[in-house]
Design a protein around this ligand. Structure first.
Ligand code: PLP
Length: 370
């Protein structure tokens, strides 16, 4: 075997996005013990930083030592008990995974379905809430990466609470890239990922649980089925004032990376980060539309960090993406599910959300499609 030296790419797909060089160099710093007092104080700062960008005061806010899917499983496995009725809103791939989580935990999933590319419909959710007064949880994806559609998390959470349900929200693609206010919108449990708009490496999932979610966890009749994701145990390591007992070996250097990402995003300001993503989206949109390329999602529900556009007629999807990768070192994403072969997903996430990347992408597409 020889050392692996990856090609240098520009990552403008649905994630992972480009990792900032400061984060890469932070991860190369010397590994210390995960119970070392210096590491523990970095953990505390990391939690504070996450609270700031989630816009929450939730004490139970921490980075799960695994990718976004583990954050998803943390929320579902801690909050769903066998026979619990959970309303799952599906408007793309990641809503389908939520349903899968519910059924594997022995819960009963009630599906609210919307077309791929559209936001979750509040009216349909209300209908489901009325028809299922025994439901206890509503779950939905804030930013559907498979389509680039954004749902109105504030309205959906408000509705759920009117019918005595708590909410589980997927913010893997939204955190850092688009407005997200956990406390103000009364989100009860949320999970995200580091590999999208935080400019960091894949492999960590920030989560936050509010009081309603903690209460549901505390009155469980059955133990959490996953030992690794059981927050009662994880908190013994992550909580301030807790014994900091060994639970698993934290991914020390990866957490240096997340810490550095938070240092950078706090310096920029979370609202400024949202604005940067929006402005860059507009720049890309204008360039694409000038080339006659159209968006899948209507303007109101469009995510600035994930631009889903229709592949022009007669154009070979696979060949174009291969040319972008081979000749321009530029990665854009393919469509998924019903949109496979029909759309491209162009990400402008975190450090990749920069003017020079937009110029590269537009000029490369112009050359290839000419
Ligand atoms: N949820 C959404 C909306 C995502 O976009 C992704 C990944 O792309 C995930 C969950 C799963 O995250 P991971 O791939 O880090 O496990």
């Amino acid at each position: 075997m020889q050392s692996f030296n990856p090609p240098v790419r520009t990552l403008m797909g649905p994630g992972p996005s480009d990792v900032h060089p400061r984060i890469l160099s932070a991860m190369a710093r010397p590994t210390i013990g995960h119970l070392d007092p210096a590491f523990v104080s970095m953990m505390d700062e990391t939690k504070e930083g996450l609270k700031t960008i989630f816009k929450t005061r939730n004490k139970l806010t921490l980075p799960v030592s695994a990718p976004g899917s583990a954050g998803m499983e943390t929320c579902f496995s801690n909050l769903v008990e066998p026979d619990d009725k959970v309303i799952v809103c599906i408007n793309g791939v990641f809503g389908m995974r939520m349903k899968e989580n519910v059924t594997r935990l022995g819960g009963k999933a009630i599906i609210v379905e919307d077309n791929w590319g559209e936001a979750v419909s509040a009216n349909k959710l209300e209908e489901a809430l009325k028809n299922n007064p025994d439901a206890s949880i509503v779950a939905f994806v804030h930013a559907e990466t498979s389509t680039g559609a954004q749902s109105d998390a504030k309205t959906l959470c408000k509705l759920a609470h009117q019918y005595d349900c708590i909410t589980i929200v997927d913010a893997v693609t939204s955190l850092g890239g688009t407005e997200l206010r956990v406390d103000e919108w009364e989100i009860d449990a949320i999970y995200s990922g580091t590999q999208k708009c935080l400019s960091a490496m894949p492999g960590i999932s920030p989560i936050s649980f509010g009081e309603r979610a903690i209460k549901k966890l505390s009155i469980r009749k059955t133990p959490v089925s996953s030992w690794f994701l059981d927050l009662n145990l994880v908190m013994e390591y992550w909580s301030e004032g807790a014994k900091r007992t060994y639970h698993h070996t934290a991914p020390v250097n990866t957490l240096y990376g997340l810490h550095e990402s938070l240092v950078m995003i706090l310096k920029e300001g979370i609202e400024n980060s949202w604005t940067r993503h929006q402005k860059n989206h507009e720049l890309l949109r204008d360039g694409l539309e000038a080339m006659g390329i159209n968006f899948l999602v209507n303007k109101k529900d469009r995510l600035p960090q994930l631009n889903s556009v229709f592949i022009p007629e007669g154009v070979d999807d696979v060949q174009i993406r291969a040319t972008l990768l081979n000749d321009y070192n530029l990665e854009i994403g393919a469509g998924l599910g019903v949109y496979a072969g029909k759309i491209w997903r162009i990400g402008l996430m975190g450090y990749a959300s920069r003017k020079e990347n937009i110029i590269l992408c537009l000029s490369a597409l112009k050359e290839i499609l000419a």
